[in-house]
Design a protein around this ligand. Structure first.
Ligand SMILES: [Cu+2]
Length: 264
C-alpha cells in the first residue's frame, strides 16, 4: 500500500524477482514520464532504450510519479482517495496473476506523521475480482505444486469444469469467508477503499451487513464496482458483532465472494 500527499513525488524501486517473465509497475491517477509508465507500446522504443519501465527478470528499475492536485481529492469528498498500480506487460495475465496494489492520495495538509489521512483511524482496502487463474502466468506451476497433475494433461486443461473451477471469485484473493484482518472498532472513523478489476463478469456490488457507509454525499450499504473502477467510502461502525461483507451478485455469492468483518 503506497501513501502519498498532494505535491509529493512517489519513488518506487522495483526489482523483478521472477524467473523468466518481464513485469512492470504501472500506476493510475498520478503524473509520470514515459520511463515511469510501466507499459509497453508496439512502437519499438522498449527494445532499444527500455524507456517504458518494463523490467526483465533480475533487473531493477526506479519509477518516479509526481502527485499533482489532480491526483488528490476535490473539496467536499473524503480527504483521501484510492488509486491502483499493476503490472502492465501483459495486463490481463499479469493482473490475473495477482500483480495489483493500492495507492492512497491524501489532500495537501491532511496527512499525519505516518503518511495517513488525519482523523481516519483505520483504512481498509478490498479488491473485488474474479481472478481467472486459467489466464495466470502460474497455472502450470500451481498445478504441479498443489496437485499430481501437470499442464501436459490436455484433457484436464481443456476441460470446461476445470476452467470454471479456476475462476476465483475473491475479495483480496480470498473466498468463502476466509479473508483475515477485517476488524474495526465501534465508534472509530473507518475509511474503506474499494477496487474493481478484471473483465466483463466483474460487475460487483459490495454489501456491508448491519452498517451504512457514506459515499458522495449519500448513505448506502451497497456500492457498485465495475472492472478497474475505484471507490472511497467512510463509516463509523456502531454495532458490535461479526457481520458479512460480500458481493451481492447472486452467482458471485454462490461462487464464494464472501467475507466477514468484526466490530469490536
Ligand atoms: Cu461480484
Amino acid at each position: 500500500m503506497i501513501h502519498a500527499e498532494v505535491c509529493d513525488t512517489i519513488k518506487v524501486v522495483f526489482k523483478n524477482n521472477s524467473d523468466e517473465l518481464d513485469y512492470s509497475v504501472h500506476p493510475h491517477g498520478v503524473f509520470y514520464d514515459k520511463d515511469s509508465e510501466g507499459a509497453e507500446y508496439n512502437d519499438g522504443t522498449s527494445a532499444n532504450t527500455k524507456v517504458d519501465g518494463i523490467v526483465a527478470p533480475g533487473q531493477t528499475h526506479t519509477y518516479n510519479w509526481s502527485v499533482p492536485q489532480r491526483a488528490g481529492p476535490e473539496p467536499n469528498v473524503p480527504s483521501s482517495i484510492i488509486w491502483r498500480y499493476h503490472s502492465h506487460v501483459d495486463s490481463p495475465m499479469d493482473t490475473n496473476s495477482g500483480l495489483v496494489g493500492p495507492i492512497v492520495v491524501t489532500s495537501n495538509g491532511m496527512v499525519d506523521l505516518n503518511g495517513r489521512p488525519i482523523g481516519v483511524y483505520r483504512e481498509m482496502v478490498s479488491l473485488f475480482a474474479v481472478s481467472d487463474e486459467n489466464s495466470s502466468h502460474y497455472l502450470c506451476a500451481n498445478l504441479e505444486k498443489f496437485t499430481d497433475e501437470t499442464c501436459d494433461n490436455e484433457e484436464l486443461v481443456g476441460n470446461d469444469d476445470f476452467a470454471e473451477s479456476n475462476l476465483m471469485h475473491g475479495i483480496n484473493g480470498f473466498v468463502y469467508g476466509n479473508l483475515p484482518g477485517q476488524t474495526v472498532q465501534k465508534g472509530e472513523h473507518v475509511r474503506w477503499y474499494l477496487i474493481g478489476m478484471e473483465t466483463e463478469v466483474d460487475l460487483h456490488t459490495p454489501h456491508w451487513h448491519e452498517n451504512t457507509v457514506l459515499w458522495n454525499g449519500m448513505r448506502v450499504d451497497v456500492m457498485e464496482l465495475m472492472p478497474a473502477s475505484l471507490k472511497t467510502v467512510d463509516f463509523i461502525p456502531d454495532n458490535i458483532g461479526t457481520w458479512m461483507f460480500h458481493c451481492h451478485v447472486n452467482y458471485h455469492i454462490t461462487a464464494g465472494m464472501m467475507s466477514l468483518f468484526k466490530v469490536i
